[in-house]
Write a protein that binds this ligand. Structure first.
Ligand SMILES: Nc1nc2c(ncn2[C@@H]2O[C@H](COP(=O)(O)OP(=O)(O)OP(=O)(O)O)[C@@H](O)[C@H]2O)c(=O)[nH]1
Length: 424
């Protein structure tokens, strides 16, 4: 477990922050009341196990800032705790490359600390692209962003940046200068906006002082915000970056929640149809074989009745995982409700479908599922349709009919629509 080190001479303050961190984050906490204690802790710990530290700027047994400097010398992400701040102190803090400083007597201070610690954990997966032909200015931005552990990629050529962002959907933000060779920042913004909406990518324009029209230009071309290069304050920069990325992450979490089944993490029915209609159209155009499968867990009611609902839920999760781990990225698996799953497999012909699903059926029936103190096995019945129909719903209906027959003829089997005996 990653740890947070708190160094402050108020035991009361340490205990208050420790309690909240333990309750609201996945981190462990070590508290120290002096520089001496902090040195001892650092000598005994693996530095890599430290997520961040909260360090009081003034401690009884050390000079101002000495403890923060010690933690920074190990490159540990540092948040400074202070009761008052002046312009000179602020400059010292940013010079030390700290994550942030917080005013201790502010009643929201603990919430602020917790948000910062959680954000710091997410930031390595937040990729930010800087597009700036001035190496000095790019370096300054890169340092500021890397202090907060963002994953930063720098381009001097806007065309290269455009190509990169086009093919890297994990880029969350682009920070672009205006004056660049080949393409200006507004044009780059306009082209990026043709590919990504504001819910998918944040764009920050940037230019030198004295170009008052520039902010409006950037915003008109689709940027979210604008900063003047030489004059921004570190606090302001971080607040803006963090708020855009928080907004983007929240939106993406909501979009995921709306598309995926909360229990099994496979697609839900709505998302399945959204994606499959386009896939099916493309398969029809290119004459690609496809197979639809309906999979239903056998006698699932008796699992719930015998072991309880939470074991039933664990079985659903495990079966979903077994199905998901057997498909390609281009296939789609969805939970259609209850204990029923639907699969759409692109490029799978009728001849390949039967052995593939027979193997999946076997894999599920062999698996020992462990849930709570129980170990159990389940089987599934599978209905298939590989006969291409223009309407995907007709293929799903055919797969469902085959599933019905698999249930009727004894369960734990695969029935292909093409071999279905009518009238059963
Ligand atoms: N634990 C759990 N059970 C669920 C969930 N959704 C549906 N079920 C249960 O799934 C069971 C489905 O039962 P039935 O439709 O009778 O089918 P079955 O027992 O699997 O029998 P066959 O399909 O005929 O083999 C019901 O008891 C539902 O309550 C869920 O999210 N979690």
């Amino acid at each position: 477990m990653k740890k947070i080190i708190i160094v402050d001479d108020s035991k009361f303050f340490c205990a208050l922050v420790e309690k909240q961190i333990i309750e609201q984050t996945p981190f462990g906490v070590i508290t120290c009341n002096s520089l001496e204690e902090a040195k001892l802790v650092l000598s005994r710990l693996d530095i890599k196990s430290i997520h961040a530290c909260l360090v009081s700027y003034r401690l009884r047994d050390s000079a101002e800032g000495e403890t923060a400097e010690l933690f920074r010398s190990y490159e540990i992400p540092t948040i400074i705790l202070i009761s008052d701040v002046t312009a000179t102190l602020r400059n010292k803090f940013w010079h030390l490359r700290v994550i942030d400083y917080v005013i201790k007597h502010d009643k929201y201070v603990v919430n602020e600390i917790i948000s910062t610690l959680l954000r710091l954990e997410r930031n390595p997966s937040n990729k930010i692209v800087i597009v700036e032909d001035s190496k000095t200015s790019a370096k300054l931005l890169q340092i500021l962003l890397e202090v907060h552990q963002y994953d930063v990629v720098h381009f001097t050529d806007p065309k290269e940046a455009l190509d990169y962002v086009k093919y890297h959907q994990d880029v969350k933000m682009v920070i672009t200068d205006y004056n660049m060779p080949g393409m200006d920042g507004c044009e780059l913004t306009r082209r990026l906006r043709r590919i990504y909406s504001k819910q998918e990518l944040a764009i920050l324009g940037m230019s030198g002082a004295g170009q008052t029209i520039m902010a409006a230009n950037f915003l008109k071309h689709g940027a979210d915000d604008f900063i003047i290069k030489q004059s921004f304050l570190a606090e302001e920069f971080y607040l803006r970056i963090n708020s855009y990325l928080d907004r983007l992450n929240t939106y993406q979490e909501l979009a995921t929640a709306a598309s995926y089944d909360y229990l099994t993490n496979v697609s839900n029915r709505r998302h399945f149809f959204e994606v499959v209609e386009a896939m099916h159209e493309s398969a029809l155009r290119h004459n690609t074989p496809v197979t639809c499968a309906m999979i239903d867990i056998d006698k699932f009611k008796s699992v719930n009745d015998k072991y309880g609902h939470s074991v039933g839920d664990a079985v659903l999760r495990e079966v979903a995982q077994l199905i998901k781990s057997s498909v390609r990225k281009s296939d789609i698996v969805a939970r259609f409700g209850g204990e029923e799953f639907c699969m759409y497999m692109t490029g799978m012909s009728a001849e390949n479908a039967e052995p593939y699903f027979e193997k999946l059926r076997q894999k599920i029936s062999d698996a020992i599922i462990r849930a709570e103190e129980h170990s159990l096995k389940v089987t599934v019945s599978i209905g298939l349709c590989s006969k291409i129909e223009h309407d995907i719903n007709h293929m799903i209906e055919s797969a469902d009919k085959s599933l019905y027959q698999a249930k009727e003829t004894g369960r734990n089997r695969v029935i292909h629509h093409e071999t279905l005996v009518e009238g059963l």
